[in-house]
Write a protein that binds this ligand. Sequence first.
Ligand code: MV4
Length: 503
Amino acid sequence: MTTIKKLLVANRGEIALRVLRSAKEMGLQTVAIFSEADRQALHVRYADEAVCVGGPTSAESYLRGDKIIAVCQELGVDAIHPGYGFLSENAGFARQVREAGLIFVGPTPEAMEMMGDKLSAKQAVKTYDIPLVPGTDEAISDVPAAKRIAQEVGFPILIKASAGGGGKGMRVVNTADEFEEQMQLAVSEATAAFGDGAVFIEKYIGSPRHIEIQVLGDEHGNIVHLFERECSIQRRHQKVIEEAPSSVLTPELRAEMGRTAVDVARACQYTGAGTVEFLLDEHHNFYFLEMNTRLQVEHPVTELITGLDLVKEQIKVAQGEPLGFRQEDLTITGHALELRVYAEDPQNNFLPDIGTLTTYVRPQGPGVRVDDGFEQGMDIPIYYDPMIAKLVTYGADRQQAIARMLRAIEEYQITGIETTLKFGTYVLQHPAFVSGHFDTNFIRDHFSPETLAPTPPDEATAKVAAVLAAMLLETKKPQAAAAATETGAATASAWRRNRLGGR
Ligand code: MV4
């Protein structure tokens, strides 16, 4: 046990602020770092001390592990929280932190390395009877041998880059005669993008759901799971809406996936907060895909349904404390949704939009949490991720969480830039979403830019959608129809009209 007294947050934006808040509650002294583009940022003002580490680009600042460690030594910092992105999954950095005598709030570099590469992750879990998508668990280079395996597995197959992430370097192959060409393309793509041409084959699951399980491990060998997050609503491998729990998991399947996730974590002696990603096919078979060795963007939905503060848990584990609960102490209470609010124009192919937040008023009220790093009048810097905020709602059940999200979107006032807020309204009112019958193809199947009316849809259209949604609900209760009409038709535009003067 080494008690952490002073924590440096090696990140920016909403996640830096999120981590600083928990650190403050724990009575820690806090240090922020910032780039020249972030002098006015909220995380800089929130921390006890803040140090500029370089120019505006990430490479000059938030990725400068050497400078960050030097700041820690200068200011008597004893631990670094990396947030997500930037250095959070960089095993080399985690090792340098350890060698400098500092605590890295996260897993060991060994666990990060093992799970950092998809093939080594598959190797690591081999002795644990973890379900994997049928295919190869080693890099393939011999085209005829690979083609034979593909034929055994059955087309369509997917060629994946071992070093890949976020869908990069994946190619679907529909027939045997395309195989050779696609494999060559995949290898050269992987070499160009990751400097590592290792690829492998999996059966292609055409309409999967993306279900991930949050895990937490301590340095004493205890590992628990904190249930699932449903992350199927994505575009271009960027999650847009996440929720917990998933509306498709039965208690039995949840327990089985949870146990499997804990086994994956055990395979790499995982410590801290991590996420085990699965694909779930239409027959409810699940397959382990990869493990993310960091705190994820969507962690708040898990916090809301479990009542835990994941950042506090990370810090406690990092200073050597044993977990304060066992698996059987954990339960799901209520339902949580997260909408990522991006500075992007959904009517223009989600093109990033830059500019000034001329108006920025957050929603409030029961069951609403906003994690952001901006204030009215600030510019959205061009150098980083275009996410402005995470709008998170909580309710006793899914319907209430949806109703609160629609109400919160209505209250949210952002002008000066285009955002994905109205896209959120569209998804949350869509019968496929409301009924829970959706997969990772939701946006491809149900969305085109013209779909978003520039003005709120008239009540008649909204009512039709709502009733349709209610009919699709498995529980065909009469109240369901009424409630869905409330949420769907809902979002009375009076509020918007009255406050914004008709905008
Ligand atoms: C797949 C798949 C279908 N079959 N693997 C995309 C990112 C990476 N983490 C894994 N991905 C996929 N792997 C097999 N064998 C479909 C996807 C996929 C996907 C997965 C999760 C969420 C959204 C997705 C969107 C497109 C493709």
